[in-house]
Design a protein around this ligand. Structure first.
Ligand SMILES: Cc1ncc(COP(=O)(O)O)c(C=O)c1O
Length: 374
């Protein structure tokens, strides 16, 4: 959708894109300055595959300060973005046929990466009524002797749903009881609304030992193109991931890691403006979406996405969300992402990483286009 929208824009069409999965802000200046300085200072060589010590130490400070757990350097692996971190985790954990529990709607990369590791996904469906949070009984019912891991992503892409501390505790207890590894993707941890993020690894030493926490700088610091993500896990898993990465990419770009260290050590005020802007856009967008007849949307507690149920607008000519997303792009010139790619047909994901004017104009176009359909 993003690529098609870009092509249409290049052809001169006034396309509004709600498809982006990245902040529309620039990386803050001090982070850019630190990376430029790092180039001048010679951070242009290989670094240890599992991460430059400057960044590893900044990660240790960050998780202690923000995520409320301690990590030794031996527990940390820096990779080329959080996506790479998830890949490493699944590759070292899974044997062919092992099962991994996912909560739909989910970021499609998880399913593809489980397949790449020879595993099998077991999907638990969550719904808007529970703000896309699962019930612990659903998890208990999904566990089999082949279940190896459970992938949790709170706050979530695509729904913005976020789990509260009680749910996190219950899920952790189930994982411990059944000896499952928790892959906790917390990439949106700092972009939250009326919600305090809890890291699984902060619950207890036992839970931390069983958890691979996935973190990064892409979303919080608008650094998607820098390609720096990292994991904190037990030392055995960290060593296995580092061995794998050593033969695949070696280290993440050295001077980018120095920029990432500056990001992690920065004062929270550096990104507060961006988070405040998302908060304002979220309210604006929710108000507008809730005025569209036949659409429903949850209250996102984090990230920068609206996940809209459009089932009542589907009919015999526009029979599914993929057809609808294409129709909206072609006729109303708005780019959205169909819910099917997140294992949730009948929905559209709209990213509000775009200006308030574009949000207002784009959602107005959506309302008109849906009215024309019916
Ligand atoms: C849930 C989730 N995890 C991980 C990532 C990947 O982050 P990175 O850009 O650091 O690879 C994304 C990016 O869209 C995401 O939505």
């Amino acid at each position: 959708m993003t690529a098609k929208a870009r092509e249409m824009k290049a052809a001169g069409l006034d396309v509004i894109s709600f498809a982006a999965g990245e902040p529309d802000f620039n990386t803050p200046d001090p982070i850019i300055a630190a990376a430029k300085q790092a180039l001048d200072d010679g951070f242009t060589k290989y670094a240890p595959s599992k991460g430059h010590p400057t960044l590893v130490e900044a990660i240790q400070r960050k998780v202690k300060r923000e995520n409320k757990f301690s990590a030794e350097a031996s527990q940390i692996v820096v990779s080329c973005g959080a996506k790479h971190s998830v890949y490493n985790a699944l590759q070292v954990l899974l044997n062919p046929g092992d099962e991994v529990i996912l909560f739909a709607p989910f970021w499609m990369t998880y399913a593809d990466q489980v397949a790449l590791a020879g595993g099998k996904i077991v999907v638990i469906t969550t719904d808007v009524e529970n703000n896309f949070c699962p019930h612990p009984d659903q998890i208990k019912a999904a566990i089999t002797p082949r279940t190896k891991a459970i992938v949790c992503n709170t706050p979530s892409n695509p729904t913005g749903g976020a789990w509260d501390r009680n749910l996190i505790k219950e899920v952790a207890a189930i994982a411990l009881r059944h000896n499952l590894t928790i892959i906790s993707d917390e990439i949106y941890e700092r972009i939250t609304y009326d919600h305090d993020h809890t890291s699984f690894a902060s619950l207890s030493k036992d839970v931390a030992n069983q958890t691979i926490t996935i973190l990064g700088v892409s979303k919080t610091y608008a650094m998607t193109g820098w390609r720096v993500g990292f994991t904190v896990s037990n030392p055995q898993i960290a060593a296995a991931m580092a061995n794998l990465q050593d033969q695949v990419t070696s280290n993440a770009t050295t001077f980018a890691q120095i920029g990432a260290a500056t990001a992690l050590d920065s004062d929270p005020s550096l990104v507060q403006g961006m988070i405040d802007a998302f908060t304002t856009r979220r309210s604006l967008g929710l108000d507008l979406i809730r005025q569209i007849p036949g659409c429903s949307v949850n209250d996102p507690k984090g990230a920068f996405y609206f996940f809209i149920n459009v089932k009542s607008h589907l009919n015999s000519s526009i029979a599914d969300d993929i057809t609808l997303a294409n129709h909206l792009l072609e006729t109303a010139h708005i780019a959205t992402v169909p819910g099917s790619v997140f294992y949730a047909p009948g929905h559209l994901r709209l990213s509000y990483a775009t200006s308030p004017d574009q949000i207002t104009e784009g959602i107005t176009r959506l309302k008109t286009a849906l009215a024309d359909l019916s």
